[in-house]
Each structure stands twice: as C-alpha cells, then as structure tokens.
Design a protein around this ligand. Structure first.
Ligand code: TYD
Length: 217
C-alpha cells in the first residue's frame, strides 16, 4: 500500500513507498465451535472489501505440521506433542511476520491460545496449574501479539453434537476433554482480552458479530 500522500511536499526525491504492516487476526475455539468456517468467511470478506488477506491455520500445512499430525498419532509423551505444536508455530510465525510486513492482513485459525488451552489440560497431570505459565514462557520468545483474538464460545456438548456428524473424530473430540479446554479458553479470554463471540447462534449472525469488529479495525 502506498502512503506517498504523506511524503513531504518539498522533497524532490522520488516518493518513498512505505508499506503499512497488516493486521494479525486470530480465531480460537474448541473443536466444533465453527471457527474455521468463520475464519474463512472473514478472509473472503476482507479480500472482497479490498483488504488483502492471507488465510492460514495451525497445525500448518508445512513439514512441521506433518510432524504435529504424526505426533498426535504416535507420540508417547504429551511433551513431545506440545513441543511439536510449538515448533510448528515458530516456523509459522516467520511466515506470518513476512506476510504482515508485506502489508497483508493475516487471518489465522488457531495460534498460541490453542496451545495454552489444550496443552494446559494434557499437561496438567505432569505440571499441575503451572502448565499455563510454562506454556506461555515456551512460546513467548517468538510469538507475535495478535491485533485481535476472537474466541468462539460454544457449549462443549453442542460442539460434540456438531462433530458427531463429521467423519473421523479425533481423540481430542471427547466431551470431558473439551470441557477442560473450554474452561481454559474462558480464563484466557479474561487474562488476554479476547473478543468473545457466542457461537451457538446461526452462522450468519456469528459472522456479522465478528465482521462488525473487523470493519472498525
Ligand atoms: P483443528 O483446528 O481441529 O484442525 P482440523 O480440524 O483441520 O484437523 O486442530 C486440530 C487439533 O489440534 C485440535 O483438536 C486442537 C489441537 N491443537 C492443540 O492441541 N494445540 C495447538 O497448539 C494447536 C494449534 C492445535
């Protein structure tokens, strides 16, 4: 994007092209909350509004993302799984940073909040309540602070009902587990200032609620 209009009028040199850094928008929520659908809709809507946007997700489509998916199936230690999510994010963040520097907006389906919410639950038997702070400090040196994080809240039981209609349920998609993750997300919403969206409403209403925030950014 050119902001040459702000260049000094007295300058005889060619106008300096300055690219405004894009906005970093993250979508979080439990499995079945609908966040992937809403993230895609927002990405499309931003592009349609002339605000170039990249849609991306974690676990990523990179080789580290492949390791994450393999780790989910094969890892014997929950720490392996956790550190793979973190490694995937470290690589992903370099790409996100580049897109933002190119002036693109980045719509990201899951980011650090997913690790704090999900892995606080899986690591609790090992680390107790200190899991949260440990996860935060492991991520801290390389993660970017999103401009906004939307948390799509949906009762875990309803989320399970939505997931039941999908093939290939994952191990994470268990009610008790999702309840724990939901609690962690609610806590994060308060500590990290997430924008909380009631995702039990029809998709169009959820999308409008999210768009009304993005449109003002
Ligand atoms: P999900 O968004 O459901 O991807 P997809 O539907 O395309 O398979 O993510 C897969 C699972 O990974 C989901 O259950 C949440 C989990 N997850 C974590 O536990 N920690 C993380 O840091 C991330 C990014 C995901």
């Amino acid at each position: 994007m050119s902001v040459a209009a702000n260049a000094p009028l007295t300058s005889t040199a060619a106008a300096v092209e300055v690219t405004a850094r894009g906005r970093f928008l993250v979508f979080e929520g439990i499995d079945g909350s609908g966040k992937s659908t809403v993230a895609r809709l927002m990405h499309e809507r931003m592009n349609a509004a002339g605000r170039p946007s990249v849609l991306t997700a974690e676990p990523t489509d990179s080789w580290v993302g492949d390791m994450v998916r393999r780790g989910n199936r094969e890892a014997a230690s929950p720490f392996t799984e956790t550190l793979l999510y973190v490694a995937d994010r470290a690589e992903h963040t370099t790409r996100i940073d580049r897109w933002l520097n190119e002036g693109k907006h980045v719509v990201c389906d899951r980011y650090m909040g997913s690790t704090i919410a999900y892995q606080s639950v899986t690591l609790r038997p090992h680390l107790g309540d200190s899991a949260r702070e440990w996860l935060r400090s492991v991520n801290a040196p390389f993660t970017l602070r999103p401009d906004v994080t939307f948390l799509l809240l949906l009762d875990p039981e309803l989320a399970m009902e939505r997931l039941d209609s999908r093939p290939g349920r994952e191990k994470f998609e268990k009610l008790d587990f999702l309840r724990g993750v939901d609690d962690e997300y609610r806590r994060l919403a308060e500590t990290d200032g997430y924008v909380v969206i009631d995702a039990s409403r029809p998709l169009e209403e959820v999308a409008e609620a999210v768009w009304s925030v993005i449109a003002r950014m």
